[in-house]
Ligand binder design. Structure first.
Ligand SMILES: Cc1cc2nc3c(=O)[nH]c(=O)nc-3n(C[C@H](O)[C@H](O)[C@H](O)COP(=O)(O)OP(=O)(O)OC[C@H]3O[C@@H](n4cnc5c(N)ncnc54)[C@H](O)[C@@H]3O)c2cc1C
Length: 300
């Protein structure tokens, strides 16, 4: 257990007993014992160096792929969004973006510098760190397709630069060395027609708004798409569109989205997700794999 008072040389913000509902797009989740929002990367490095060895640590970006259970998180949550915000064009033409930068901002930055193929990031409502952890993708684009190397930080505050070749990368999945987190990425993108890229980005955003419940509290796709099929189609064909458990409902607009209609608990969302998986298995014989990550303790 960590002392509740902070080392005075640290410059970030320590929040005690912080409701994780404030940090997730589902707007649910009990309190984290401690949340730390670092002032910058050097500050985060120092924070990790002084943490007791037994302290549990979890990184959270914009919480747009994350279900935090109602009992909250024991240990320390590192909040990268609004921190780790550096974004720059390097002398060798690569883009260096820190983990807390919003994907949307990275997409627009690339276009502004005449670099193309990162347009798909514009519609992903997370941080670049979350996109690296999830290998987030949309409309044919995937995060790791544009990554050349990443910077990581480990439990002891050791920073490393790792090339893409060091990671096993799959659809919405990346194996990250235990006790290491992403703090920045170096993106390599070809130069291209910025106006055409901007038009492409706008078209992708319009398509997303037309097909997804973007104005609601949700966490995007609940399940990965099985090979050659769509999780949304399987859920819809199981008669589950609009199905609710408490305040958690399957979206009428996109059946792979679970929406908190206002009063849902994390337990209701988790129960609904389990119900979708078991019904699809029973009706279609397909084992859906969950895309959203679940952390924390059940409520009492
Ligand atoms: C409306 C909507 C639409 C969406 N559309 C898409 C889509 O088209 N494609 C898609 O792929 N996803 C989509 N998502 C899901 C989500 O936005 C992505 O998975 C996104 O990459 C998550 O980023 P985040 O910063 O919110 O991560 P979080 O939800 O905060 O974290 C997700 C996981 O990554 C880990 N993590 C976060 N930051 C780091 C870090 N710096 N280092 C190591 N691990 C870290 C967390 O511990 C957690 O396990 C959508 C979500 C919503 C709400």
């Amino acid at each position: 257990m960590m002392a509740e008072s902070m080392n005075p040389t640290l410059r970030g913000t320590l929040l005690l007993n912080e409701p994780m509902a404030r940090h997730t797009s589902w707007r649910v989740g009990g309190p984290a014992d401690r949340c730390y929002k670092p002032a910058d990367l050097a500050d985060l490095t120092q924070f990790l160096q002084q943490l007791p060895a037994n302290e549990q640590v979890v990184f959270v970006g914009l919480g747009s792929n994350l279900l935090v259970r109602d009992g909250g998180v024991r240990g320390t949550v590192i909040l990268t969004s609004g921190a780790l915000q550096q974004l720059q064009l390097e002398a060798d033409g690569r883009v260096r973006a820190e983990a807390g930068v919003a994907c949307n901002k990275v997409a627009r930055f690339c276009i502004r510098h005449g670099l193309v193929n990162a347009e798909f990031l514009a519609g992903i409502p997370g941080t670049l760190g979350g996109a690296l952890a999830m290998n987030a993708g949309a409309f044919g684009g995937e995060t790791w397709n544009v990554v050349e190397s990443v910077e990581t930080l480990d439990r002891h505050g050791t920073r490393r630069t790792r090339s893409k070749a060091e990671f096993v990368i799959a659809y919405r999945h990346v194996e990250i060395p235990a006790g290491e987190w992403f703090v920045a990425a170096h993106l390599r993108l070809p130069a291209g027609d910025a106006l055409a890229a901007e038009a492409r980005m706008k078209a992708l955003l319009a398509k997303r708004n037309a097909t997804q419940p973007t104005q609601t509290a949700n966490a995007g796709s609940t399940f990965r798409n099985p090979l050659g099929d769509y999780a949304a189609r399987l859920i819809d064909a199981s008669g589950l569109k609009g199905y609710c458990i408490g305040g958690a409902c399957v979206s009428d607009k996109h059946a792979n989205f679970v929406v908190n209609t206002g009063s849902a608990t994390a337990a209701e969302i988790e129960m609904l997700i389990a119900h979708l998986a078991s019904t699809v298995k029973r009706v279609h014989g397909v084992e859906l794999i969950q895309e959203v990550h679940v952390i924390g303790e059940a409520g009492k």
